[in-house]
Design a protein around this ligand. Structure first.
Ligand SMILES: Nc1ncnc2c1ncn2[C@@H]1O[C@H](COP(=O)(O)OP(=O)(O)OP(=O)(O)O)[C@@H](O)[C@H]1O
Length: 253
């Protein structure tokens, strides 16, 4: 497939003796939202974490195969995982702002990666990221208040702003709305739709409605296998595999 931002080639993940991801091959497009769906424990989060080497931080996890980002294998020993994660950012299930000010949460990545020459440039980066996170108007008058003092939905948008502040190319989101109420969920979903103009976005979700609303491509996982990957409309209206059909019609999962 052309236009792949990320290509997974023969990817396996093991936790000790548990074979959690089995021989996954997939091409993830640029400037599109790709949803990972499937029953609990099927390996969605595990596979998502292979895309920016977050499994490196899990003691007994072992990844085999290749993940190519613009054609370069991110598991090459020459790749620095910290630099990689600036390019492939991540937003987690539970909003996790640092115990710092709103400003310092967003400035953290740009500071460690030396993206600003001076305070004025850093201010500009922080404002741009907060605008992209669709939270600027709510926080512009209290940038030096703690990030942890925001509401759950605001904290999650702050975390998205923090993730985009390093100008990533890919944004990974692991159930980003599961701790949010319906209004905050709608705001984050709207934001995801805007972000795809700039980034390749990959979202793990338990909600099929959410996958249908926000994604253009959907991957259905089952027992560690990538069963089916196709246009979201096709997956939800006319899937090829009976396991996908069972899941979307609520018979498994
Ligand atoms: N740190 C770990 N150590 C050992 N096994 C793990 C670890 N993390 C996940 N697993 C196992 O790997 C498999 C896939 O888990 P994973 O969390 O990726 O699934 P998931 O589809 O994201 O599930 P959920 O929807 O419930 O979050 C499961 O069998 C799980 O028990």
């Amino acid at each position: 497939m052309t236009n792949a931002k990320i290509s997974a080639r023969d990817v396996q993940v093991y936790y000790g003796d548990t074979h959690a991801i089995k021989d996954v091959n997939v091409d993830i497009s640029d400037r599109m939202v790709t949803a990972f769906i499937g029953p609990s424990g099927c390996g969605k989060s595990t596979f998502l974490r292979t895309l920016n080497r977050m499994n490196d931080t899990i003691a007994n996890a072992r990844v085999e195969g290749q993940i190519l980002l613009d054609g370069e294998n991110i598991y090459d020993p020459a790749v620095d995982p910290v630099q990689l994660r600036a390019k492939v950012g991540m937003v987690f299930q539970k909003p996790n702002p640092f115990p710092k000010s709103i400003y310092d949460n967003v400035a953290y990545g740009p500071r460690i990666h030396g993206l600003a020459k001076n305070k004025a440039e850093l201010d500009e980066i922080v404002e741009k990221a907060l605008r992209r996170g669709a939270i600027w108007n709510e926080v512009k008058d209290r940038l030096h208040s703690p990030g942890t003092g925001l509401s759950g939905g605001q904290q999650q948008r702050l975390c998205i702003a923090r993730a985009v502040a390093t100008e990533p190319e890919v944004l990974l989101m692991d159930e980003p709305c599961s701790a949010l109420d319906p209004i905050a969920t709608a705001q984050v979903e709207e934001l995801i739709d805007e972000l795809r103009a700039t980034y390749s976005v990959v979202i793990v979700t338990h909600s099929m409605q959410q996958a249908a609303r926000v994604s253009q491509k959907t991957a259905f996982f089952h027992l560690g296998n990538l069963v089916e990957f196709d246009d979201t409309t096709k997956i939800f209206t006319n899937p090829e595999d009976p396991r996908t059909e069972s899941y979307i019609s609520g018979r498994i999962g």
